[in-house]
Design a protein around this ligand. Structure first.
Ligand code: Z5A
Length: 211
């Protein structure tokens, strides 16, 4: 499948409370104004089976999981999303905007859970050797700022959010290292700014990278 024929694959990444929900809408609006048909998805999730896997992964009642089991479940959900949503949509020439993808596994399981990059690299090689996002917006926010935002939620922390602050610092560090290693794919957005500034930065990044 050539990159010219298929739709564009855009992913949103970031730590807790980075503001991916707002960013998703900005990206979708921008693409639609550009005349594109856009399908949104999220990971873990995106299909009925993958959403069931998400429940297992995020429900605190699941209890502790071995980091490798956690990683394999993320990739099981990813296969479902790729097979049933991402690949067919791109093949039709439509765009996909996905809230998290394999970079999240590298940041959370590779960095946060300290599995390192190798298992993620191997699984990505097995599951999507031919496909990488065309653009990844990394919404970067200091851990304490992100945590303060999500503390205002009415729902309690999910299973992964229950991890301690050191975990989230490792996640952020892993994301920033990936962005530095692949500047042509990543665009880092300072998500600690007020929302209107974040929105404007995302729009500017899309103008620069996708037009
Ligand atoms: N995970 C993983 O470990 N491995 C993997 O491979 C994958 C995922 C794919 C589910 O992800 C979890 O799965 C996640 C990573 C892990 N870890 N956890 N937990 P998720 O994306 O569904 O869940 P999340 O990261 O917990 O989402 P979130 O905390 O809701 O983050 P967000 O979507 O970026 O935040 P938001 O809802 O847009 O904003 C949070 C609040 O902040 C909200 O009240 C906003 O109004 C406010 N906000 C946002 N931006 C601003 C600014 N700029 N100023 C002020 N206030 C703001």
């Amino acid at each position: 499948m050539s990159a010219l024929q298929r739709g564009r694959f855009i992913t949103l990444e970031g730590g807790e409370g980075a503001g991916k929900t707002t960013a998703m809408q900005v990206v979708i609006d921008w693409l639609e104004q550009d005349g594109r048909t856009v399908v949104r998805s999220r990971e873990p999730g995106g299909t009925r089976a993958a959403e069931r896997i998400r429940e297992v992964l995020l429900d605190p009642s699941t209890g502790e999981l071995d980091p490798l089991s956690e990683l394999l479940l993320m990739f099981a959900a990813r296969v479902e999303n790729l097979v049933h949503v991402i690949r067919p949509t791109l093949a039709k020439g439509q765009d996909v905007v996905c809230d998290r993808f394999t970079d999240a596994s590298a940041a959370y399981q590779g960095g946060g859970r300290e599995l390192g990059p190798e298992p993620i690299r191997r699984l990505a090689g097995l599951v999507h050797p031919d496909l990488a996002p065309d653009l990844t917006l990394l919404l970067d926010v200091p851990v304490a700022v992100g945590l303060a935002r999500i503390r205002n939620r009415t729902t309690g922390p999910d299973r992964i959010e229950q991890a301690r602050e050191g975990f989230l610092e490792r996640v952020r560090k892993a994301y920033l290292a990936m962005a530095e290693a692949e500047p042509e794919r990543f665009c880092v957005i300072d998500a600690s700014q007020p929302l209107d500034k974040v929105r404007a930065d995302i729009q500017r990044a899309l103008d620069r990278r996708l037009r």
